[in-house]
Design a protein around this ligand. Sequence first.
Ligand code: SF4
Length: 361
Amino acid sequence: MSAPRRITFPHMGDYWVPLKRIAQLSGADVVVPPRITRHTIDIGARYSPEFVCVPFKYTLGSFIESLEAGANVVCQVCGGCRFSYYAEVQEAILHDLGYEFEFLSFQGGGNILEVMLEFQRKAAPHTPVPKIAKAFFDAFRMAEAIDEVQGRIRRDLAFEVETGSLRRVETEFLRQLDATTTPRQVTELRQETMRRLDEVAVDRPERPLRVAVVGELYVVMEPYSNSRIENELARNGVEVHRPLDLTTLIRHSVGHRKHIREMIRGADPYVTRHIGAEGTESVARTLAAIRDGYDGVVHLKPFGCMPEVNAMAAMQRISREHTFPILFVSCDAQSAEAGLRTRVEAFADMLRIREAGVIDA
Ligand code: SF4
């Protein structure tokens, strides 16, 4: 008798909640991947080619942890850059390590609707398309709720009167979100959570420092991989905004070409052709941050990421020509939190001095 199917996917931020909802459609048991820790990246890096980009290492480590926890079906979504080839390489590495499992990769061409149909074909062939579409829609609603709640927390974290009060609301929200069974419950929970966040006491200065975090999607959305830089910025009194989250990623995937054209227009004249993955977007979002009166930008670049290396060159020029502060952070398997803390402190101090009119960037 063959073993029951137990499906898993890579861990990224708190998006395991909607991803679990989709995985359940396959009819298999879901193995929720453990949170990313030092162990995840250590084992991911140990079995990855040395110069591969760091999201490859994190997701490989995440797969190994789930396989060790009993998963035997692994899902990976690919696309955008050389990540398109990563599924095959990761599958080969995991087989070489002796794991027995089925590997399902979804190319999707950057479009969520194509990923959905591919998911039906490969993971849930007996589930009718309308039921799959409904589950994807429900999962999208959950991602929207996470992004709205966490967007608010990001904005207010630096100014909460009682340390930990916002995170307590968030923890309870995530626990309840996982237990919801209908879109209506998700909407009600989202509204209730936003009300609770409104009630948390915050002491916001009249003109707080505002910073936008841009960069490659994995290191932007998985806090462990960026040494929880948003918390560090908040600890230094900075209001944080993040234009890239799962909701916007999914929305843009539906009109992918149009979105790329818009980003190229937004990045002009510093980038005139798409430079892959989120590279063009990092440049366009930096120019938008200048227009919108932000005090600075934090750019998160995974070690080994060509699109973001290209973006960085353009952003350095922008920083010079607009005298606009940008903190460039390279995230790799060895990133040290202590070093980053010092850099964030210095960056926030510099923004404060600049705001006071003492220096230019
Ligand atoms: S965008 Fe960069 S870091 Fe992300 S998968 Fe592609 S090459 Fe790797």
